[in-house]
Design a protein around this ligand. Structure first.
Ligand code: V07
Length: 257
């Protein structure tokens, strides 16, 4: 194709995306979007690369989608970065994964601060390697006053363990008399790690698996679910927008009846 035509086609595609962004903003942006970022290993395998190359590429996509969610006006973005099951992976892979928060924050924290993003985490922080915990604590501390997007990493997270811990905590508080015996959903949800966040309106899973894999089981009781075959390292702004458009259509349909 002639370069002039290439330019015209490219401009057309980008103005189409701009129009879709404008429309999406007018149609109601979900407050809280949660994503299971699956398919990094498969992405690498398809290219005969080591699995860690897929994780690294996936980290770049986290930056891209964080910026995009912030631009769209999403209030909370929860990303499933590491499950309690992931410790079973080869030691070298786990070690690589545990360095990603530092690498991510080392290059991206100034931009997050600039963009008024607040970094949060759910999951068992105390059993993370000290260097990983330190990087996350620092990012949380340096962004705690920010009022824009809440970028919430689920790291060393498992939903059943979260619920069990909440139950134990409830029992303690009942025994010590802090909490009356009557328990409501609203009170119980304050014992979960997501106590300060709204439930996700939209839950996305990439890479073709149609399950929740122990992610936000209580919180996603009423969430819209959207699954795509796209592998996480291939996930682009247009895919996020597609999920939003599907979400908006569904919400409008329910609103009609
Ligand atoms: C991880 C990249 C994304 C695809 C999924 C697996 C690999 C970003 C973080 C991160 C976590 C906490 C934080 C800042 C960044 C991360 C892990 C894996 C363990 F405060 N990406 N990413 N953490 N992957």
């Amino acid at each position: 194709m002639d370069s002039i035509w290439k330019r015209i086609v490219k401009k057309d595609a980008s103005s189409d995306l701009t129009n879709r962004i404008k429309k999406a903003k007018e149609s109601g942006i979900p407050h809280h979007v949660a994503i299971i970022m699956d398919g990094n290993g498969r992405w690498a395998k398809k290219r005969s690369l080591p699995r860690i190359a897929g994780h690294h590429e996936g980290m770049k996509v986290v930056k891209k989608i964080t910026k995009f969610a912030s631009k769209l006006g999403v209030s909370s973005l929860t990303l499933y970065a590491f499950s309690t099951e992931n410790w079973k992976r080869p030691k070298s892979e786990v070690e690589f994964l545990m360095k990603l928060p530092e690498e991510f924050l080392g290059t991206f924290l100034p931009e997050l601060i600039e963009e008024n993003v607040r970094v949060e985490m759910i999951g068992e922080k105390e059993t993370l390697p000290a260097h990983t915990k330190r990087a996350i604590d620092r990012a949380m501390e340096e962004t705690k006053g920010n009022t824009g997007l809440v970028l919430n990493f689920a790291l060393n997270y498992g939903s059943r363990a979260e619920i069990l811990k909440a139950v134990q905590h409830v029992l303690e508080d009942v025994e010590s008399g802090i909490l009356p015996k009557e328990l409501t959903e609203e009170i119980f949800s304050k014992y979960l790690m997501t106590s300060t966040m709204p439930d996700p309106d939209l839950l996305i899973r990439t890479s073709g698996e149609i399950r929740l894999s122990n992610f936000m089981l209580w919180q996603s009781a009423y969430s819209e679910l959207w699954f795509t075959d796209v592998l996480w390292p291939d996930f682009k702004e247009e895919h996020f927008l597609e999920a939003l458009e599907v979400y908006q259509k569904r919400v409008r349909r329910y609103g009609g009846v």
